[in-house]
Write a protein that binds this ligand. Structure first.
Ligand SMILES: Nc1nc2c(c(=O)[nH]1)N[C@@H](CN(C=O)c1ccc(C(=O)N[C@@H](CCC(=O)O)C(=O)O)cc1)CN2
Length: 525
């Protein structure tokens, strides 16, 4: 029920049309003709905001009270306008419009929305799209055949497989079937390898990281010499973006493994109590001897005693190894804290960043005390959270680990509810979530509507008369960063929605044109 309600809201928002009509338009070789998202005032303001950002980052690293908004919608629109001219040239050279093939499996509303956005942007630019919409039940062999078929289509210059795929399918295997010259997501091992290894000649690179780099460049944010921290180690975003920041001359790039932040997804009070106890009892822990005061919730006396006893017992029985027993996943399971790094050190690490990129897929994980004043914060996360009317509260009022009163729809943030295991793919961009089998709605998606305090979300009546409780449900799109808090501290910040998402779409177009240039020999492969 919740799934249907959310899907209806998501798709209904996109075009304000009945679902039946929408789903027809998503399937087959149909080019969507929705109007561009974004409100004119915000978009117009963005151009000057970008100039401000440029000036700000050339002249200052401190914040004067409110961060500059890095408006991805406006920057992407400008980028796409440039691409339109290239489309015209290529159409002449090719004797047909440049074409993008998309392989979409299943009917996840967020994936359908993103595919529709890609179609819409292509149509606006004068490009063709060819969508191969396969059922959820498709086999690996059928999927691979569809991808080969798309790559062999001479009208198609670039091909992408919309992610995530249902769990029974292997993303890694299907990427190998792609023609690397048409791999506009840059996920084929040849493209990834060329990007990761110096001197191999970078070809096609993943769209979201490319969008982030372009957003920084076009906003005048210099990467050279900067300290960068990338929170999130996915193949789609974190890992390639770290390599791209390196290649832009960053002085240091740190990728934070998902184990470094996993505990922050859990019950914070409990985690902090346990940590406080651990720090008291195990002074030999690596890193700071105890959690920073701002991160410690004073435990109730009895809970502190119990934790301290547990910590002491574990320490006594196994020395340093007791650390894992104390802060681990609970006896016998894989420990969540690994030698040499304590999860509570994460805010120290993120505070070292001049440029902080967050792509973890957890609503509002990053708070103001995680960010160095004046830093540039790129929020890749797109999380849909629902709140019932009684819990109506602004994002800034979020408790640690998520908006107050909000129920996240993201399967990824809750291991028990079907988030990918710790070493599986997943990032903040809508790519690694979901567990349809577990009946979970995927909470990562996007939202073009402005509304709730100007950066996404809004109150919606659920379709057909309400949620299972019969009440109206509010869906709100938030990033991985607490926008309200962090924009008071950062020098510049991307909003969600309206930040990295639109840049991802523009980057797909850019890559498709690049692939077309390889075909006609305008660029050497
Ligand atoms: N094959 C791929 N799959 C996925 C990728 C990808 O790069 N390649 N990334 C994400 C999804 N994604 C593109 O596919 C994507 C995500 C978000 C947006 C976007 O525009 N978001 C908007 C909000 C949407 C809206 O307007 O309602 C925003 O942030 O402002 C575009 C593309 C996972 N899968």
């Amino acid at each position: 029920m919740r799934h249907a309600t959310y899907a209806c809201w998501l798709l209904g928002r996109q075009c304000q049309r009945p679902l039946a009509e929408l789903s027809k338009r998503y399937i087959g070789h149909v080019v969507a003709a929705t109007t561009a998202t974004g409100d004119a005032t915000f978009a117009a303001a963005a151009v000057s905001a970008s100039k401000d950002a440029a000036a700000h980052h050339r002249t200052s690293s401190s914040n004067d009270g409110r961060a500059t908004v890095l408006d991805g919608r406006a920057v992407a629109a400008a980028w796409e306008r440039e691409l339109h001219a290239e489309v015209r040239n290529l159409t002449e050279l090719l004797g047909r419009p440049p074409g993008l093939g998309v392989v979409l499996v299943g009917s996840r509303p967020d994936s359908m929305l993103y595919v529709a956005k890609k179609q819409e942007a292509c149509q606006k630019a004068g490009m063709q799209t060819f969508v191969h919409h396969l059922p959820d039940s498709v086999s690996q062999a059928q999927l691979e055949a569809a991808v080969s078929h798309a790559c062999a289509d001479c009208r198609v210059d670039g091909v992408l497989i919309q992610l995530p795929l249902p769990r029974h399918l292997s993303e890694e295997a299907v990427m190998e079937v792609l023609d690397p010259r048409k791999d506009v997501d840059g996920f084929h091992p040849i493209n990834m390898g060329r990007m990761l290894m110096r001197g191999r000649g970078v070809r096609l690179v993943p769209a979201t990281p490319l969008g982030c780099i372009e957003l920084l460049r076009r906003s005048g944010v210099e990467v050279q010499g900067k300290t960068c921290v990338v929170l999130g180690d996915s193949n789609i975003v974190g890992t390639p973006l770290a390599a791209m920041l390196r290649d832009k001359g960053a002085a240091a790039v740190t990728i934070c493994h998902r184990r470094s932040y996993r505990e922050w997804f859990e019950d914070q009070e409990q985690v902090q109590r346990t940590r406080a106890a651990a720090a008291v009892c195990l002074p030999g822990l690596p890193g700071p001897s105890r959690p920073p005061p701002s991160l410690v919730t004073p435990p109730p006396a009895d809970a502190a005693d119990a934790s301290a006893e547990a910590a002491a017992a574990a320490a006594a029985s196994s020395g340093a190894a007791g650390t894992d027993a104390i802060v681990g996943s609970g006896g016998g399971g894989e420990a969540t804290v690994h030698e040499g790094f304590q999860s509570y050190q994460l805010p120290y690490l993120t505070r070292s960043a001049d440029i902080l990129v967050v792509a973890v897929g957890h609503p509002e994980l990053v708070r103001s005390d995680w960010v160095r004043p004046g830093a540039v914060v790129i929020d890749v996360g797109i999380n849909v959270v629902s709140t019932l009317p009684r819990a109506r509260s602004p994002p800034g009022a979020a408790a640690a680990g998520g908006p107050a009163g909000a129920e996240t729809l993201s399967g990824r943030t809750d291991a028990a509810a079907g988030a990918p295991p710790p070493d599986q793919e997943g990032d903040g961009s809508g790519g690694g979530c979901s567990d349809a089998a577990a009946g979970q709605d995927h909470g990562t998606t996007g939202n073009g509507a402005s509304g709730f305090n100007g950066h996404g979300g809004g109150w919606m009546s659920s379709c057909g008369g309400g949620s299972s409780s019969g009440r109206n449900v509010m869906f709100q799109v938030v990033g991985d960063v607490s926008y309200e808090e962090v924009s008071q501290v950062a020098g510049a910040i991307t909003p969600v929605p309206g930040g990295v998402g639109p840049m991802t779409i523009a980057a797909v177009l850019h890559n498709t044109l690049k692939a077309a240039k390889y075909r006609v020999g305008l660029e050497p492969w």
